[in-house]
Write a protein that binds this ligand. Structure first.
Ligand code: PLP
Length: 473
């Protein structure tokens, strides 16, 4: 294939827009709610509204909050609206970021720098649940903060009885999730808050996925534990707007109990030839369109709009939970309390990864989790329309897999099974890095890790996996 180059002459707008439409033909079918991750879609009319808001500010830049006062106003109002939802006090403050990962990275940077400055900590560590979102592992690597993992109990909850022993004088922060991504469980935040406060260590709550839905589920009467600023000891919370806030991609928040904490997040460099520079978070240029879209959607939906969406989501989750419990061979993993869940297999004859493959042949896009193995579902309001269809396809998929054991040894089931279980984790890491890097080779971009044709697994790795499986059975 020829290497694409910039067209020598510009092309007609209509033709270019047609190209974009065509490129998306094989993308996950999110308009029909057939994907269970990545996308939080309501309908085309809502997309038109978010796009219209985005367009008004797509050139505006939040880099310098003193320049675009419109954007600073939106940022302050969004911070205040969410701080109220999460029971912040009069001093609760925060910053808009471009996504959950940026929010999580910022918390780790903030608390690392705070511990260095206040307590002279130079070998920082942080106590985080094994189920913490991968963004925390990325932050650990980027900022040189050693993660100390809180293990899971037998029913996949974070074992908070281990927290006290994980904290030492080099611990810069503790993390809890509301809920965690792999199983949708809300950590025992009240217990974590007690320990963190007693040991004088900040406690961050990762509510990237939960922050814009749990408060509305609670208003609708759901019996949820307290996890937000009501819990003493909680010092900061991250909440994504581009998930259950149903805003355009590129909007998340980090909130702090007070400005003394937030100050450690800020960056100032006074000697740059380009001018004295200050910035509140990771990005330089900050996308005005994403702020405008977020502000606009929050105004359009209001508390009642979000409560209605939360009610539809809860209904979909309950139907899924009941439906999955009714399918022989499946079980829900852990105790999901929020809008997402995972389920695994109870029978060795039913490979859950083979079930996932079957669902994909029926046009669903699903994510896999590991240790224990499962299929993940991030449930949104509009999934309510497809739950019955999904459950009937799921029951069929289980029957197909049970009837044909070889499905567990081919396709995605083989690859994911190996990636989840081969004991040589370094080899898995190296292999995934290879595959990933290959997608970014000049002229590349076609290999996929999911349901498309798979790259061959190296023979050596396959052989070690086979040996290990043989020993186990
Ligand atoms: C999605 C998510 C993140 C990361 O957010 P991105 O917007 O994808 O960067 C962090 N934590 C949790 C619990 C999440 O679900």
């Amino acid at each position: 294939m020829d290497r694409p180059s910039l067209p020598p002459q510009g092309r007609p707008e209509a033709e270019v827009l047609d190209d974009l439409k065509r490129f998306g033909q094989n993308d996950p079918d999110y308009r029909n709610h057939r994907i269970w991750s990545l996308v939080y879609h309501l309908d085309d009319a809502h997309d038109d509204f978010t796009a219209a808001a985005y367009r008004q500010y797509s050139s505006a830049n939040g880099l310098n909050p003193a320049a675009f006062q419109s954007l600073k106003r939106m940022e302050s109002e969004i911070v205040a609206m969410v701080a109220t939802l999460l029971h912040g006090g009069p001093e609760t403050c925060g910053v808009l970021t471009a996504g959950g990962t940026e929010s999580c990275l910022m918390a780790v940077k903030t608390y690392r720098d705070m511990a260095r400055k206040r307590r002279g900590v130079h070998r920082p560590n942080m106590a985080i649940p094994a189920t913490a979102h991968v963004a925390w592992f990325k932050a650990a690597e980027y900022f040189g903060v050693t993660p100390r993992l809180l293990p899971m109990t037998a029913d996949l909850a974070t074992d908070v009885t281990r927290l006290n022993r994980k904290i030492d004088r080099n611990t810069v922060m503790v993390l809890g999730s509301a809920p965690e991504y792999p199983h949708g469980t809300i950590d025992a935040i009240a217990a974590m808050g007690k320990t963190a406060a007693r040991r004088h260590v900040p406690l961050h709550i990762d509510a990237c996925v939960g922050g814009m839905i749990l408060p509305f589920m609670a208003m609708n009467g759901a019996d949820l534990p307290e996890w937000d600023f009501r819990v003493p000891g909680v010092t900061s919370i991250s909440t994504d707007l581009h998930k259950y806030g149903y805003t355009s991609k590129g909007a998340s928040l980090i909130l702090y109990r007070n400005l003394d904490l937030l100050k450690y997040q800020m960056f100032v460099y006074q000697d740059w030839p380009g001018g004295v520079f200050a910035s509140p978070a990771l990005l330089g240029t900050r996308p005005g369109g994403a702020y405008a879209s977020a502000w606009a959607v929050m105004q359009k939906l209001g508390i009642q709009g979000y409560r209605d969406l939360a009610a539809q989501t809860t209904e979909a989750v309950e139907i899924l939970k009941a439906g999955i419990a009714n399918i022989d061979g499946l079980r829900i993993l852990g105790h999901p309390q929020g809008p997402l869940l995972s389920f695994g297999s109870t029978e060795s004859a039913v490979s859950i990864f083979a079930v996932a493959d079957q669902l994909e042949t029926k046009g669903w896009s699903v994510n896999r989790v590991q240790n224990p193995d499962g299929i993940h579902a991030m449930v949104t309001a509009r999934h309510r329309e497809v739950t019955e269809h999904y459950l009937s396809d799921l029951a069929q998929a289980v029957a197909t897999v049970r009837a044909d054991p070889k499905l567990a040894r081919i396709g995605g089931a083989a690859t994911y099974g190996m990636m989840a279980h081969v004991p040589l984790r370094g080899m898995v890491r190296a292999k995934v890095l290879d595959v990933f890097a290959e997608m970014y080779r000049a002229g590349g971009g076609k290999l996929r890790l999911d349901n498309r044709p798979r790259p061959p697994v190296p023979e050596r790795l396959m052989a070690r996996y086979a040996q290990w499986k043989a020993r186990r059975s």
